[in-house]
Design a protein around this ligand. Structure first.
Ligand code: FE
Ligand code: FE
Ligand code: ZN
Length: 274
């Protein structure tokens, strides 16, 4: 059975999101660790995280995925911004240990004119400060669309970061279907080829999660505008192939499509029907 869920709001707590995921027909979910534009995270209530752990066990949940705030940029030119990235991610990873053995996803960052090489170097430096050997969370680099000066739109860039990370056994990759398509990887007509390339460059074992989003723009557009499943340039047939692909069908998949909850429920049902 497909492991699927969608992005949910953390505002009513962790157990609430677990119940919501079930109501929507899913068995996992994604949430922002704090306001996506930055700011302080809410205190963790251990009763609440324990209740979610219990609910997840009882309902055969797949791993859940925490998403770092968008403002987190470990390869910014500005030192204060890099400091914020360090503080926020260190705090997030400490909090994740209330929900052990799950996953944490972040956008590698934008190098803002410093060049990809410098960007990769700063991101790896950042990871070497925040990862520690006792943590149980797997940290995922998200594949990016290549908008502006984003690092991570090429598999080679993601691997270069992982290669420079000392505790690389803590690292994985989250493949965002909209982002890779916008980045020029043709998952619509050549999914096998793209996954072979991923395997050759990064290693398929590093693939830990999928963001399922259609794209408002054509292949290689570098735009990053998500569309509802089947209503964009990737199209429904491709999503059927994606969620049933042997390299993907066991992984937790997360919808980040422009939807309210009822729209998510419909997409979850549709994708499960494949
Ligand atoms: Fe993301
Ligand atoms: Fe995404
Ligand atoms: Zn996106």
């Amino acid at each position: 059975m497909l492991n699927i869920g969608c992005h949910l709001s953390v505002s009513k707590g962790f157990e609430f999101m677990g119940k919501q995921a079930l109501e929507l027909g899913g068995n996992t979910f994604q949430f922002f660790t704090r306001n996506p534009r930055g700011g302080k995270a809410k205190e963790i209530d251990k009763n609440d995280t324990d209740a979610l752990i219990k609910l997840m066990k009882e309902n055969n949940f797949a791993k859940i995925l925490a998403h770092a705030p968008y403002t987190l940029n470990p390869c910014s030119k500005d030192e204060r911004t890099r400091e914020f990235a360090l503080e926020a991610m260190t705090d997030d990873l400490n909090r994740m240990e209330y929900l052990p053995y799950n996953m944490y996803n972040f956008h590698p960052g934008s190098h803002v004119g410093q060049g990809v090489e410098k960007g990769i170097e700063l991101i790896a430096e950042h990871l070497n400060k925040v990862l520690h050997k006792d943590m149980t969370t797997t940290v995922l680099l998200e594949t990016m669309a290549g908008k502006g000066s984003e690092v991570g739109s090429r598999f080679e860039e993601l691997m270069a970061i992982i290669d420079r990370t000392e505790l690389s056994d803590k690292m994985g990759v989250c493949l965002d279907t909209c982002h890779v398509f916008d980045g020029g990887y043709d998952i619509k007509d050549n999914l096998d080829g793209v996954l072979e390339e991923f395997d050759k460059i990064i290693g398929i074992d590093r693939l830990k999660a999928i963001h399922l989003n259609d794209s408002k723009n054509p292949l290689g557009s570098h735009k990053d505008r998500h569309e509802k499943i089947g209503e964009g340039y990737i199209g429904l047939d491709a999503f059927r192939t994606i969620v049933t692909h042997p390299a993907i069908k066991e992984l937790p998949c997360f919808l980040e499509t422009p939807n309210e909850l009822d729209g998510y429920a419909k997409e979850i049902a549709l994708l499960k029907s494949f």
